[in-house]
Write a protein of this length. Structure first.
Length: 441
């Protein structure tokens, strides 16, 4: 059945359109959500002076001035476009980014469908490649940890920067496939738009290098991971990334924002903790929250249990090393894509944050994790000989997807307004009252 669906182009299109309709239903409650006063929307959107003026000078100011210690002019320009089209109403913002999330789903599916075809040594039939690509995209689109980025208007720049990032990724695959220079420049434009939406896009060039290594027919014979010509192509991206990084640091310093006063050793512990918590919550999204408390104040000792996480990381790396003969480039690409796109928010870089982790930070990086999960399940499906085992595997995965979709559909209501948001965190505040400092909001 699945083979016939994915082998027939018309049936594939019908299936993907059907999935989009399912996603639209899952996320439809977001259209009723309001602005979250006292949770950034009051200064990011409704009180943003750049959105109060509809003049060329106002647009220029978006690109020449920072606001609130942040510099994301393309995101602000998107806000202005929404205000001009639909007014300063929450519905217009929610509708736009709701649609953009659906577009990101399509881009993820197209990217994975193409890159799985381009990876040497990966023997997948067309229907298998299609199934892996779109199942991964579906997981990306329905996971409950994505709710924060989609349902919270002030976090919408995550969805926006991811759109330009994914579009640039897809165009880069076309460039690698065709060698046409106009694709290269379109990729660079997308990179700039992504950077100017959110600083997390600075790692885009690392993703391009990962792609070059992954699709190279024989990377073992290349001295520096990828051919020299491909390194030269990345110079412009490196320069833009460094320049934007310096601008971001300068804005942070001028705005008076300083890094949390945690030591480097403590930040490493927090990085390992966050890494494992993201993996666990992506697998089983329990106790999701819009705020995750630091375990201690700066200057205090980190609880002993946090030392378990770096030990787990070392053990995990050792297991991967011992199992390297069983890993192919799909596993490696998925794992490194996840790591590259999460590394900037793992506290190694002392960026000021009130929360030790945030659901929205894994919006894009989750694609790599889900790719590995779906690919491994597809391998198991092929290896299973009995029909009963195959049916059981599909059934369990289907129930898992339904549970995730239902959770996301319900969790959107948490972000309906500031009262529902506060109510959702009250039990967590009571549980942590004696050992954490509440955020100053």
């Amino acid at each position: 059945m699945f083979r016939k669906v994915f082998q027939d182009r018309k049936s594939s299109v019908v299936l993907i359109v059907s999935i989009v309709c399912v996603l639209a239903f899952i996320w439809s409650p977001v259209l009723d959500n309001e602005f979250l006063t006292n949770w950034d929307d009051q200064w990011m959107v409704t009180g943003n002076p750049h959105l109060q003026m509809n003049t060329p000078a106002a647009v220029q100011a978006m690109f020449t001035e920072s606001y609130g210690g942040q510099y994301s002019p393309v995101n602000t320009l998107a806000y202005l476009s929404i205000v001009k089209t639909a007014g300063m109403e929450a519905f217009g913002f929610q509708f736009f980014f709701f649609l953009l999330h659906l577009v990101n789903f399509l881009l993820v599916g197209l990217i994975l469908q193409n890159i799985l075809l381009m990876i040497p040594g990966v023997d997948l039939k067309d229907h298998q490649r299609m199934a892996i690509a779109w199942a991964t995209a579906f997981l990306f689109a329905i996971h409950p940890m994505q709710v924060e980025a989609v349902a919270w208007i002030s976090a919408s720049k995550v969805v926006l920067y991811s759109f330009f990032y994914l579009l640039g990724f897809w165009l880069y695959l076309l460039y690698r496939e065709t060698g046409k220079n106009h694709y290269y420049w379109l990729v660079f434009i997308c990179f700039l738009a992504s950077l100017l939406s959110k600083e997390q896009a600075v790692v885009f060039v690392l993703t391009l290098i990962l792609v070059d290594w992954t699709i190279h027919p024989n990377p073992d014979v290349v001295r520096f991971l990828i051919p020299k010509k491909q390194w030269v192509e990345k110079i412009l991206f490196f320069l833009a990334g460094v320049l934007f990084g310096l601008i971001t640091i300068s804005i942070s310093v001028r705005s008076g924002a300083g890094g949390e006063a945690y030591t480097f050793g403590q930040r490493l512990l927090f990085a390992n903790y966050s890494f494992w918590e993201y993996l666990v919550k992506l697998t089983a999204p329990y106790s999701l929250s819009h705020f995750y408390f630091f375990p201690v104040d700066p200057g205090e000792s980190v609880p002993l249990r946090f030392w378990f996480y770096p030990v787990a990381t070392v053990g995990f790396v050792w297991i991967l090393s011992e199992s390297r003969e069983h890993l192919n480039r799909v596993h490696i690409f998925g794992g490194l894509f996840f790591l590259i796109n999460i590394i900037t928010v793992l506290h190694i870089i002392p960026i000021p944050r009130e929360s030790i982790m945030a659901d929205r930070y894994i919006y894009l990086s989750s694609v790599g994790f889900f790719m590995i999960v779906v690919y491994v399940l597809a391998q198991l499906f092929v290896e299973f000989k009995g029909r009963a085992k195959k049916i059981t595997l599909i059934s369990v995965f289907g129930v898992y997807l339904i549970a995730l979709a239902a959770y996301s559909h319900k969790r959107v209501d948490v972000w309906q307004n500031i009262d529902t948001l506060n109510a959702s965190i009250e039990p967590l505040i009571e549980m942590n009252m004696d050992e954490v400092v509440l955020p100053g909001r």
